[in-house]
Design a protein around this ligand. Sequence first.
Ligand code: PFF
Length: 467
Amino acid sequence: MKETRAQWGSKLGFILAAAGSAVGLGNIWKFPGKAFEGGGGAFLLMYLLIVPLVGMPAMLAELTVGRASQSNVVDAFGKLGHKRFAWVGWVGWLAAFIITGYYSHVGGWVLRYVAAYATESGSVYADPLAYFYRMLGYDAAAETTFFPWVALVFAAVFLIICAVVIIRGVEDGIEQFNKVGMPALFVILIILLVRSVTLPGAQEGVKYMLTLDLSKVNGQTFLIALSQAFYSLSLGMSIMVTYGSYLPKEENMPRNTLLVCVMDTLVAVVAGFVIVPSVFATLGAEGVGKGGGFAFVSLAGVFQQMAGGTIFGLMFYLLLLFAALTSTVSLIEGIVAFLIERFHWKRTPTTIGLCVVLFLMGCVYTCSQAAYPIHGIWFDFANGLSFPLFCDAMEFLTDRVLIPLSALGTCIFVGWAWTPKTAVEEITRCGVKFRLVRTFSFLIRFVVPAAVIVIFAVSLFTGTTLS
Ligand code: PFF
């Protein structure tokens, strides 16, 4: 007898879980840095256009494929009668697998910073950069490297938390977890927003985020905004197909898509308005760093100079932790769902085994940050803490190749093979109203594929840097 598929226990459960997946390190750690780099207001405008025109139809398409097929991402296309699209599922699954390896370790760093702000914020403030290096196994003063056990222990704890949530299953684990985590995240973010924009000197940052400098609108910033949107909305990585497969037939998918996209974008934009102005206020425009340094190093200077900064610091990292946990849980769920369905493995041992593998994969990432044990090969001390070649290659492979490829495959599938008509039939089952049928068909057939092709073209022809 066929086992009945798991389903979301309530409407809110799905929305929170999907929003929990979308809202992650990408929104709070990556987005503000990219918005700054991409010219503030100009980037914001592009991003706000890309989400409804590209992100929303792509998300609706993924959810629809999931719900119609009632299947994990790899088998979904075959179940809908188009076996030749199975590669799309594999590509998305592979992207999720690679991303989870490093994402879970960055989650571990966040956990480390929660502990740091709770117990020894003084050490962070004393020398934020040295503190960050030390976590990763590099003693900046002595210029020596050592085994980054702190980062690894925290990554292991982070993955154990994720595994527990996933083992408890869709309804008990992911849903319950998100019901608490997501609202908490919003509350903390709003408190931080109020604190940040009222800092003396923060106005410059607010102005920067609101000024539209059209000279900053170009292929490069468009590319950054576009790939950020895919990443941020958890598209092209099997997640929304898997989550869609747990949706009951009477669920209104267009409305859910709208809600999830709005929440994700809101968090990203608010995080931008938390971080950019506060960094302007305390460190000036020069202080706005990027990537890891941005969330872990530059912000220490901000919290140090704020009244009650340690408390705000603690809240900020707790927020980042919630965000990272819900996203990692979704990534692992997408991988696990496939493994248990395809190989009939049991949920618990599969999750544990997978988390061990992911931990080991991530060890390469964390260890290579401080060049341990391959000192001097992947790492250039002369130029500071640069991202190792390995990680660059992995990020390039996922963000610029696998994710766009899988997203392209999905929209070509829905737009041309399965056809928007069939998709709309699935969307409007049980009397769900969908007014934007023609708009959806047009976007999914032409606009989304064109946008994805731009990612490939710009990446290939301009030799763009990863950021
Ligand atoms: N959307 C998440 C973020 O913005 O951090 C990252 C992510 C989670 C990407 C889940 C992909 C995914 F499947």
